[in-house]
Design a protein around this ligand. Structure first.
Ligand code: ATP
Length: 235
């Protein structure tokens, strides 16, 4: 089944055309990478999927329903969960309280992602359950942001630059957790500037270049395509 289909999506900020006719799809159970350089429109795409920014035109079909006109809250309640760039944990609240806030999106939907499941995935969150979140390290905050989204029972998880500002070792831990979640069946759309990591972790990938998809295909094929990597990602 197709979890997400985007058809000819356009988003503008005043006169700035951030997305110019983007089409892509994510099948159930896939982990798909969206990569591209600074300002390509990656965050705009995720924000348009969660209706945090309004689309100008185009379709976003999530599990068979166009999300047009839904509030960001209603989108999250339907199972489309977004971990934004910069994590945005509730910094005055404890780890445990942040995870409880995640439950709001779940409503009465059934999910495999219990508190125990999150603690098993990220043991440091259980060790620090009473710590104020603003005092966690960047990596721990990233884990908390992912854990909070899991508590919402995602059918599709959107991740915006999970490796941003993290050391290679912590990035490994976060990516290991994502791979584990995907192996358990979670569908993921992963935005990353770190193309090599994203391509290694995913099966398919799209490259976004100045608001348009310039490449789509198997992640392994893209990883081996030096010309595309060099021209679009400067890696
Ligand atoms: P980065 O990796 O740097 O976060 P990105 O690929 O996520 O980049 P976006 O943040 O989506 O790119 O930005 C796409 C374009 O839209 C850029 O030209 C950016 O300057 C512009 N843009 C983004 N947000 C706004 C906004 N709120 N108002 C006006 N222009 C914006």
């Amino acid at each position: 089944m197709t979890t997400l289909t985007i058809n000819d999506l356009h988003v503008s900020y005043g006169g700035v055309k951030a997305l110019r006719g983007v089409s892509l799809r994510v099948e159930e159970g896939e982990m798909v990478a969206l990569i591209g350089s600074n300002g390509a429109g990656k965050s705009t795409l995720l924000n348009a999927l969660s209706n945090v920014v309004k689309r100008k035109s185009g379709e976003v079909i999530f599990e068979g329903t166009d999300t047009r006109g839904m509030s960001p809250y209603a989108v999250s309640r339907s199972g489309l969960l977004h971990v934004p760039e910069g994590r945005q944990v509730l910094s005055d609240m404890s780890v445990y309280e942040n995870l409880q806030v995640g439950l709001i999106a779940r409503g009465k939907r059934k999910t495999i992602y219990s508190l125990d499941h999150v603690y098993e995935l990220f043991p440091v969150l259980e060790e620090r359950r009473d710590q104020i979140s603003g005092t966690l390290s960047g990596g721990q905050q990233q884990m908390l942001a992912i854990g909070r989204a899991l508590m919402g029972g995602p059918h599709l998880l959107l991740l915006d630059e999970p490796s941003l500002g993290l050391s290679p070792l912590i990035t490994d831990q976060v990516f290991d957790a994502l791979k584990k979640l995907n192996a358990e069946g979670l569908t993921v759309l992963l935005v990353e500037q770190n193309a090599h990591r994203a391509l290694e972790a995913t099966s398919r990938a799209y490259v976004l270049d100045r608001g348009q998809i310039s490449f789509e295909g198997a992640s392994s094929e893209l990883a081996g395509n030096k010309a595309v990597i060099d021209s679009y990602l400067g890696a």
